[in-house]
Write a protein that binds this ligand. Structure first.
Ligand code: BDP
Length: 718
């Protein structure tokens, strides 16, 4: 009997170990024990119990989060007594507790509908921490803020934090299809199980909602921009309603993609012409119907007249006519239209870089108040590096929204470790050439006095156990959310937060991972597309290099269209003498980018066609410099791999091994990009590689033969 008990105990210990073994599923919400006794003592003297004075569904979530978070990090039960001393008091600003504390009206106004105040308070000889907000969701965000301070082991003494989001709508765009495939998704299938909705609510939905709330994401679109009108039919709206109901207490609003041809496809109308009164009435009825299912429905995200999607041009109407018709259908219910500016016409011979400005700038000022134009960070397509999109400085009377890609379609998919915080920051901080305004100020609405603001990220979430395929993909989801909340936070500080929460507290682990992350994106640019090269990926799946591709139906689908390598040199002349795209920027920017000497070298071949022998700032020729960039990208990845090796035994085994295996693939892929690109360009430059370049592993013919018919994330053909 004694023996049996012992076995049972061992079994239980082992089981609890296996059950809690790290597999990445816990994201940045692992709530690991405080690492230092002194820090724990300080925390216990500040908060040893809490009271939540709101009983809404969100209030229950707050209660649960604080209980789990604090007991897990403190490794002890919380004090059971009530009372102010050493407590955390969570209550709305209209609660009696707050009334006597003299919190000025200015703060209440500043924190608005989603912000919060976290303040150390002394009252009647008692000291406690007050978390207050105008709304329950503000309290929920404040809860995560406080837990983050504890997770990252910062002092809580004398806290006085006023936080509120700088961008109103912070949304994820899932490019997920109704059959659960995910366009440009690299983490398994889509998490949305449409077939079993509405009755089966997969527990992953609540986990998803909580993770997003923890970083302030407050909106989502569960379906692909290459949209399917079925989502607007009653059968699917039932499912949409179930999801929206579930997401609501977490502060997340549901939006849907709207297929422009829906009136003809599912409505039985002969046309989807936006100026046809029958079509407008159909959309007005459809909006009413959607709001009957989802009373706080956010609105429509629309990809129109781009890459084969239907749109107003099909009826000789412009984007404003299309967007405004939908806006009018949504306006009575408070809904928004988010209309994408990622457009390029299949028939238009003009530099693809210029087509969005050409189509949208003449419409500046013509969009209804509830329309945002969602602009990708750069003018081509989420490339490893792009200068900011010229639309951000060209439409002063229109609300402009940012679209970033979190899923790494062009940045290593789920096999490469690439931290995108630095990418987002580079774009948000770019000066647009109007006074000192930056891209982030345009989106926030500061520079064009817009009341509403929107930022969207194309999600990288799927059914993989660790959510994002590559463990470090989580840091990109995290960084997007944090920058959406506050675009000035900085990629560096965000990396610090994420590492401190996603890994255990070990200074060497932290410093090593941070060094890898902070260099990872530049490394990717170097081994893929250095010095302003872009769009050199292979066809369809976009996995790996294909700079030689030249046979696709449309010129701008082919990499050769973008690099333009010839016996003289390489690069796309977008100066006034070339396509003229640079002139779409404000004068000072156009002057800087348009002049070979002042153009930053990182954008050189984006804007200029440059001789192979051109002397770079380093004194080397362009050809040699290009080669060295490719090589340095590869060298960096090798450095990352050996840095990661040094963490063996310091990072939990499963996550360590997963990242280790992926870094092996990463290195192979970096070498592949470098070899294939340089071998190909050499056939045109006819120059020897500089001595520092490693001998290519395969031949150009070998690289050209590679095929990946089953690579993940391929765009569906329908
Ligand atoms: C491209 C993707 C394609 C998307 C498109 C878009 O390859 O799958 O549909 O962007 O943003 O980068 O609409």
């Amino acid at each position: 009997m004694k023996h049996m008990k012992k076995i049972l105990l061992i079994y239980l210990v082992l089981w609890s170990y296996v059950a809690t073994a790290e597999d990445g599923h816990g994201l940045w919400l692992r709530y690991t024990p405080i690492s230092q006794e002194a820090v724990l003592t300080e925390y216990l003297q500040t908060v040893d119990h809490f009271e939540v004075h709101t009983s809404s569904e969100t209030g229950l979530l707050i209660h649960e989060e604080l209980t789990n978070g604090l007991t897990s990090m403190y490794q002890q039960e919380l004090v059971a007594t009530e009372g102010l001393e050493h407590s955390l008091q969570v209550c709305k600003t209209d609660h009696s507790l707050v009334k006597g504390l003299g919190i000025d009206a200015g703060i209440k106004e500043q924190i608005g509908a989603e912000g919060f105040l976290l303040r150390s308070v002394q009252r009647e000889g008692k000291s406690f921490l007050l978390l207050t907000a105008n709304t329950d969701i503000g309290l929920y965000y404040g809860t995560f803020h406080l837990l983050r301070l504890i997770q990252t082991e910062q002092s809580l003494v004398g806290l006085d934090v006023v936080e509120y989001p700088r961008i109103e709508t912070r949304m994820l765009n899932h490019w997920d299809n109704l059959d659960r495939s995910s366009e440009r998704g690299y983490a398994g299938f889509a998490i949305w199980d449409w077939h079993r909705l509405p009755d089966y609510l997969d527990p992953i939905y609540a986990e998803y909602a909580r993770a997003n709330a923890s970083i302030g994401i407050n909106a989502m679109v569960p379906v692909n921009v290459n949209s399917n009108a079925l989502i607007l039919t009653p059968m699917y709206l039932e499912k949409v309603k179930a999801l929206a109901d579930l997401l609501r207490p977490y502060g997340i609003k549901m939006y849907l993609t709207a297929r422009f041809s829906a009136p003809s496809e599912i409505g039985g109308l002969a046309t989807s012409d936006p100026l046809d009164p029958g079509v407008a009435a159909w959309w007005a009825d459809k909006a009413k119907e959607i709001y009957s299912y989802v009373p706080d429905f956010g609105g429509f995200l629309v990809k129109a007249n781009s890459e084969g999607q239907p749109g107003p041009h099909d009826y000789h109407r412009n984007h404003a006519e299309g967007a405004n018709m939908l806006a009018k259908a949504l306006a009575p219910h408070g809904g928004q239209v988010i209309w994408r500016a990622f457009v390029y016409s299949e028939e238009n011979p003009v530099d693809r870089h210029m087509q969005a400005n050409d189509q949208f700038v003449p419409l500046d000022g013509q969009f209804d108040d509830n329309v945002s134009i969602q602009v990708k960070n750069g003018a081509i397509d989420f490339q490893p590096r792009e200068p900011f999109h010229p639309l951000f400085s060209a439409m002063k009377e229109t609300r402009l929204a940012m679209e970033f890609q979190i899923t790494q379609e062009y940045l290593g998919q789920a096999t490469q470790l690439v931290y995108l915080g630095t990418y987002y920051e580079e774009c948000l901080d770019a000066q647009i050439g109007i006074k000192k305004a930056t891209v982030s100020e345009v989106i926030e609405g500061q520079s064009n006095e817009q009341e509403h603001s929107v930022i969207a990220g194309v999600a990288n979430i799927g059914t993989d156990r660790n959510w994002t395929g590559h463990l470090f993909g989580q840091s990109n989801w995290y960084a997007f959310g944090r920058l959406a909340w506050n675009p000035d936070l900085g990629a560096d500080a965000i990396a610090d937060e994420w590492i401190a929460m996603a890994f255990d507290h070990d200074p060497q682990v932290h410093a090593t991972i941070k060094d890898i992350m902070m260099h990872s994106r530049e490394a990717a640019v170097n081994y893929m597309t250095p010095l302003g090269l872009h769009h050199l990926m292979a066809t369809g799946h976009h996995y790996g290099p294909g700079p030689w591709v030249s046979e696709l139906g449309r010129p701008e689908w082919n990499p050769v269209y973008y690099h333009r390598a010839d016996s003289f040199g390489i690069g796309f002349d977008r100066t006034a003498k070339g396509s003229g795209a640079v002139l779409q920027y404000q004068k000072s920017i156009a002057k800087k980018f348009g002049n070979l000497k002042s153009c930053p070298e990182e954008y050189l071949l984006w804007f200029h066609h440059v001789s192979w022998d051109y002397e770079m700032q380093s004194g080397r020729t362009l050809w040699d410099e290009m080669g060295l960039h490719y090589q340095s990208g590869v060298d960096e990845v090798r450095r990352f791999a050996s840095q990661w090796e040094s963490l063996e035994g310091k990072v939990d085994a499963r996550r360590f091994e997963e990242v280790q295996m992926l870094l092996t693939i990463h290195e192979k892929e970096a070498v592949w990009w470098k070899d294939a690109s340089l071998l190909y360009f050499q056939t045109i430059s006819n120059r020897p590689f500089p001595a520092e370049i490693e001998t290519p592993k395969g031949s150009l013919a070998h690289y050209k033969r590679l095929r990946f018919p089953y690579a993940p994330g391929i765009k569906p053909q329908w």
